[in-house]
Ligand binder design. Structure first.
Ligand code: ATP
Length: 340
């Protein structure tokens, strides 16, 4: 059952249309990532959900209640921002209990919650520390503890790990995933890190220019991107332009096998070939190697032939340098066609 849903959401900021008709639904207990380039409207979507921005149009439901007119603190949702927004003049315990104090919860219960939350985020004993006496990773944990202290059911995370180094980032991802499961949260994570979205999420919503352009499982998003724009968001893909006529795709020779039969209607298409579908054959061929980049045990190759350029990675010591003429194999059967 959907725990959180948005329909036909339009948001304008400073006279510009930012969210352009978003439909989005998240099931109870799901962790969904909102993935998209800078400026596409991810934070705006979270802030609108949390009640910090009022939409022009559209409906927002949380736990079967229409919350358009419900104030932020009563929506059962909490948002953790990239800059954390901890209170610098309060210590760790005071930060965590702040929201509870506002709600009039008694001291004893507040202390018990602080102890429990610090234990959950691995910071037991840090109650009296000042915020500036904490590392970046510890501050993230405090922000998470503060967000979860009020027992929200919908956790909205706005790129909370982006300032951390790789190691800490990984640790925070694991912590969020563990808390998400243990506390039976419904979580929406904003990120522009493809790997993070694919690793952590039950489903990924790809946002481009104020719209959700694909919403599916990580595997489906990666394997079957709905458009070249979505595909490109997961790395540089290769494209071969061509035409389908009578069930046969033809394009630039010597790129394609003689007959590439496809169950598609006639028209112009782009055939997308992911880099891993291309293999180097160690023999002379029609492809000119334009660059070789060493990646440590692997090399990234760029090759071109006529007006087509391809990029792929080859394992091991390939013994090839720019300027060589090589042959390649392409697994066309796994390519994806997009109508132009
Ligand atoms: N208060 C505002 N007034 C006018 N425009 C705004 C305001 N806040 C955000 N915007 C614009 O709305 C667009 C979407 O911003 P938003 O922060 O939602 O993007 P985002 O996808 O979260 O980006 P990022 O990944 O960089 O955080 C941007 O073009 C931004 O400049």
């Amino acid at each position: 059952m959907d725990y959180f849903s948005i329909s036909k959401l339009h948001v304008a900021l400073g006279g510009c249309s930012i969210l352009k008709g978003i439909d989005f639904e998240v099931k109870k207990g799901e962790l969904v990532s909102l993935l998209g380039p800078s400026g596409c409207g991810k934070s705006t979507l979270l802030k609108t959900t949390a009640g910090l921005i009022a939409p022009e149009q559209g409906e927002i439901h949380i736990n079967a209640i229409r919350v358009n007119n419900v104030p932020p603190e009563k929506r059962g949702a909490v948002i953790v921002f990239q800059d954390l927004r901890l209170f610098p003049h309060l210590n760790v315990a005071e930060n965590i209990e702040f929201g509870l104090k506002m709600k009039g919860i008694q001291k004893e219960e507040r202390c018990a919650t602080v102890t429990r939350m610090l234990d959950k985020v691995g910071l037991s004993g840090y109650e009296k520390r000042k915020i500036h006496e904490l590392s970046g990773g510890q501050q993230q944990r405090v922000a998470l503890a503060r967000a979860l202290a009020g027992k929200p059911e919908l956790l909205l995370l706005d790129e909370p790990f982006s300032s951390l180094d790789n190691h800490l980032r990984q640790k925070m991802r694991e912590l969020v995933l563990a808390l998400h499961r243990e506390l039976n949260l419904t979580t929406v994570l904003v990120t522009h890190d493809q790997e993070e979205a694919l690793m952590l999420s039950d489903r990924v919503a790809v946002m481009l220019n104020g719209q959700i352009v694909q919403f599916d499982t990580p595997k489906n998003i990666y394997e079957f991107p709905s458009s070249p724009e979505v595909a490109d968001y997961f790395g540089d893909m290769n494209y071969i332009e061509g035409t389908v006529k009578n069930g046969c795709f033809t394009g630039p020779a010597p790129l394609l096998p003689e007959r590439l039969e496809v169950p598609l209607e006639d028209g112009d298409y782009l055939l997308m070939i992911k880099p891993h579908l291309i293999r180097l054959r160690k023999e002379p061929g029609p492809w000119n190697v334009t660059s070789v980049g060493y990646l440590g045990g692997r090399s990234q190759l760029r090759v071109s032939c006529d007006r087509t350029a391809l990029r792929f990675v080859s394992n091991g010591d390939i013994g090839i340098t720019a300027g060589d003429a090589v042959a390649i194999d392409i697994d066309y059967r796994k390519g994806i066609f997009y109508k132009k």
